[in-house]
Write a protein that binds this ligand. Structure first.
Ligand code: CDP
Ligand code: MG
Length: 139
């Protein structure tokens, strides 16, 4: 059986502020395994597709502007309980609620510019990994 994978994204704010290296360091220290990495700039349309689940919410349009505002780095991670472990390492969506030592506590600016993304469940993780990576990209 395939190892459980999750999709992480280093969002445009963190790429812009040159925080990507620190986030990679935290990933490596966490014991999660990096399976694939890709730097891309999403179009607004692709960002809309990726975040379709949030369509209609008050923050949706601004989220698409933000996610298409510059390059981001998509990362496929694997490991036991990878989905939950990556979400714990990221911290709460709003950095005001994020635990000490988490990526969002350390590097997020606000609830929108919050440095990173993580899949939230096995089915979305599978969809999101395939959104960025083909089988050939995954080691
Ligand atoms: O990213 P996460 O799964 O923690 O949160 P979400 O509820 O799935 O929201 C997706 C993204 O929308 C967040 O990471 C934020 O960038 C943005 N967002 C926002 O701008 N304002 C909110 N009130 C909630 C989310
Ligand atoms: Mg989410």
């Amino acid at each position: 059986m395939d190892k459980v994978k999750t999709l992480a994204i280093i969002k445009p704010d963190a790429v812009r502020s040159k925080t990507a290296g620190k986030i990679f360091n935290m990933i490596e220290n966490s014991g999660l395994t990096i399976e694939a990495v890709k730097m891309v700039r999403l179009t607004r349309e692709l960002a809309g597709e990726f975040y379709a689940v949030h369509k209609g919410k008050p923050f949706y349009e601004e989220l698409l502007n933000f996610m298409s505002s510059g390059p981001c780095i998509a990362i496929a991670l694997s490991g036991e309980n990878a989905i939950t472990r990556w979400r714990e390492l990221m911290g709460a969506t709003n950095p005001e609620n994020a635990a000490e030592g988490t990526i969002r506590k350390l590097y997020a600016t606000n609830v929108q510019h919050n440095a990173c993304h993580g899949s939230d469940a096995p089915e979305t993780a599978r969809q999101e990994v395939s959104f960025f990576f083909t089988g050939m990209d995954l080691i």
